[in-house]
Ligand binder design. Sequence first.
Ligand SMILES: Cc1cc2nc3c(=O)[nH]c(=O)nc-3n(C[C@H](O)[C@H](O)[C@H](O)COP(=O)(O)OP(=O)(O)OC[C@H]3O[C@@H](n4cnc5c(N)ncnc54)[C@H](O)[C@@H]3O)c2cc1C
Ligand SMILES: *[C@@H]1O[C@H](CO)[C@@H](O)[C@H](O)[C@H]1NC(C)=O
Ligand SMILES: *[C@@H]1O[C@H](CO)[C@@H](O)[C@H](O)[C@H]1NC(C)=O
Ligand SMILES: *[C@@H]1O[C@H](CO)[C@@H](O)[C@H](O)[C@H]1NC(C)=O
Ligand SMILES: *[C@@H]1O[C@H](CO)[C@@H](O)[C@H](O)[C@H]1NC(C)=O
Ligand SMILES: *[C@@H]1O[C@H](CO)[C@@H](O)[C@H](O)[C@H]1NC(C)=O
Ligand SMILES: *[C@@H]1O[C@H](CO)[C@@H](O)[C@H](O)[C@H]1NC(C)=O
Ligand SMILES: *[C@@H]1O[C@H](CO)[C@@H](O)[C@H](O)[C@H]1NC(C)=O
Ligand SMILES: *[C@@H]1O[C@H](CO)[C@@H](O)[C@H](O)[C@H]1NC(C)=O
Length: 608
Amino acid sequence: MWHMLGFLLGLLVLCCPTTANAEQTVLDSAQSPQPYRIAIIGAGAAGSSTAYHIRKFAQHDVPINITIFEAENHIGGRTTTINALNDPRYPVELGASIFVEINQILYNATREFGLSATSREDEGTGSAYDLGVWDGANFVFTLSNDDERSGLKGTLDGWWNIAKIIWRYGLSAFRLQSIRNSVIGRFLRMYDDAFPFQDLGEVLREVDLLPVTGQTGPELLKAAGVGERFSREVIQASSRVNYAQNLADFHGLETMVCMSTEGGMSVDGGNWRIFDRMVKEAEAGIHLGAKVHRVETLPNGKSTISYNKSNAHQIDESGFDVVVLAAPYNSSWLTLSPSPSWKPGKVDYVSLHVTLFTSPFRPDPAFFGLKSDQDHLVPDTILTTLPPDTDPDSLGRGVHGVGPTTFWSLSTLRTINPTTDTYIPPSVLSGHIPAENLISPTNNNLTSPIWPRRAPNDKQYVYKIFSPAPLTAEYLIDLFGWCTHPSLPELLRRDDCTTTTNHHNTSKHHSISTIPHALLPWHHEKQWNSYPYMTPRTDFECFDIYSCKNYTAPNATDSGHDKAAATAWKGKLYYTSPMEAFISAMEASALSGRNIARLIVDRLEGRN
Ligand SMILES: Cc1cc2nc3c(=O)[nH]c(=O)nc-3n(C[C@H](O)[C@H](O)[C@H](O)COP(=O)(O)OP(=O)(O)OC[C@H]3O[C@@H](n4cnc5c(N)ncnc54)[C@H](O)[C@@H]3O)c2cc1C
Ligand SMILES: *[C@@H]1O[C@H](CO)[C@@H](O)[C@H](O)[C@H]1NC(C)=O
Ligand SMILES: *[C@@H]1O[C@H](CO)[C@@H](O)[C@H](O)[C@H]1NC(C)=O
Ligand SMILES: *[C@@H]1O[C@H](CO)[C@@H](O)[C@H](O)[C@H]1NC(C)=O
Ligand SMILES: *[C@@H]1O[C@H](CO)[C@@H](O)[C@H](O)[C@H]1NC(C)=O
Ligand SMILES: *[C@@H]1O[C@H](CO)[C@@H](O)[C@H](O)[C@H]1NC(C)=O
Ligand SMILES: *[C@@H]1O[C@H](CO)[C@@H](O)[C@H](O)[C@H]1NC(C)=O
Ligand SMILES: *[C@@H]1O[C@H](CO)[C@@H](O)[C@H](O)[C@H]1NC(C)=O
Ligand SMILES: *[C@@H]1O[C@H](CO)[C@@H](O)[C@H](O)[C@H]1NC(C)=O
């Protein structure tokens, strides 16, 4: 699906010969050394990749002992998978869903780990359109489900859709392609001759990407000759579904990322499996449910980690040589001691509400201004944009920024038939177990606890909505046109259905769990601090917190450490999240982890 997120990546070349300077290793291997101890805070894409790559890069040199602290009870962070209907036949991504083949770290890892990654081609819902872009009044752009017409599978491949794009937008699509390829070319160097990099701002200057992050998407597109209409109706629909932001204050580089998502794929059974395997390959010790609240670096350069696990306060005083903070820094629950004068955390994150649910119903065409019998004209995936006459600068962010559509996107993820669908475990999908060996009654014995067996045509759709605020019962009733449905209780009907002026009125607020099961058999709501506001910038935060270019020695009275000790802390505390203000995606975090792994191993082996 072209609209989903993924992005560009390049060749990864190990920068340093592993045998160089072997004599100069910090630890003298002749003395059967203590292992070099590394703590990683966070087991999302960044932390898992850090651990995995440290193990890879350092394999033959020095003994390394990696410990990961993860606040949640699972690995993956913002890459997390849940089961629709609580049924393992229907895993769906609650966070990051898509990556592309040129995302080499992720893609190569899936191959190395024997995971299968596919781009799901659903049979569709019978709608005439795979995708439509709605501006609150009209569908300004649609892609038809054109299999029959063209004989070609896939949306943008169909000649009909291509013809439509050219007719409506002229050469804009081709101009976009050309600027995009140029940006990709520059970006690839970050995997190649510019790898590893000590400082994000510096490497972006080196590969000539600062001008791209320093301007807005519209500025970049205009300079490249991409028309305003194409930008608003197509590119902004992508920035909204992928980052819950309009283009107006969105930087040029991430704009290109939004348009590099064709061929998007996900790991069968969940993308988190990549990171789960990375942690295992790293042979890292992992504390799950362990929320770190203090990292203290002692005068001897060793760090202790204080964390909460099972509601009990714990402290690991074994003395870490390096600590990697692999999560967005939040000073309200993480204290760094001594307090660095430069602190991360100046990057604002979007608050995104993700609502996953199933229903036997399709959205009401009337909600989108169509005639009530035009069900087939409601696209499977509805992206949104602002109407032409809106000044996006005046709107702001979140509930204001979303504009008249009130949601960012509505996707039909798949069609399910709980009575008849069979279960195929991911181990089979990934080829570990041949499917022939699988057909046994137990594997079909996976009915949902909340969805009773029914007649065979118990079809349901699995939906995902991204919105800037929680959805209410009233909102979904309106969206699906359930006002007259007999199972709807009087209370909800009276609140929402007796006036005609309440279209899109989000001020009423029954929880969606008040909707009867017949209409909404299952739902799951999640608020994420999902990604940064991608405002244009040429200043980026530091990977090495105690040797940041803006760093000044910690306040000596703070914790009894003097300046001399502080300057010795270069390379003691690394931070992966600066990358997110540049590109926020699984692969970007994985690249940040790989880069920091290289910096750590190089330093350990005396190379920087
Ligand atoms: C809804 C949504 C959709 C997205 N879609 C895509 C997509 O399609 N493709 C894509 O590539 N990207 C997508 N992204 C972005 C992607 O999820 C992130 O960029 C990426 O997963 C970030 O990884 P990370 O490791 O840097 O951070 P995180 O995944 O946030 O990992 C940080 C980890 O640290 C843990 N942690 C935090 N504080 C502490 C502490 N004090 N002690 C211990 N542990 C702690 C957290 O629990 C978490 O597990 C999406 C994000 C969201 C929210
Ligand atoms: C890593 O160090 C810890 C603490 O000293 C120890 O308990 C653990 O066994 C070590 N792990 C490995 C793999 O050496
Ligand atoms: C991924 O695999 C390709 C093909 O084997 C290889 O050229 C590339 O260097 C690999 N990249 C990484 C990050 O391992
Ligand atoms: C850690 O646990 C203690 C004891 O339950 C609690 O008082 C404290 O607030 C917790 N700290 C954090 C940062 O969660
Ligand atoms: C930091 O954590 C606090 C408490 O959990 C939360 O209220 C706040 O929104 C967080 N800030 C950021 C920037 O994530
Ligand atoms: C299905 O599962 C239930 C409960 O686990 C069990 O009692 C029953 O025997 C199983 N049926 C089959 C056909 O395996
Ligand atoms: C939304 O509903 C509230 C509460 O019933 C009402 O006060 C408000 O006027 C409504 N807004 C619109 C735009 O209809
Ligand atoms: C460094 O300092 C400059 C000047 O004070 C400031 O503009 C910039 O944002 C700072 N950079 C970081 C990474 O904090
Ligand atoms: C050091 O910290 C103390 C207490 O926070 C403060 O009063 C003092 O002004 C600081 N000194 C410097 C040099 O910043």
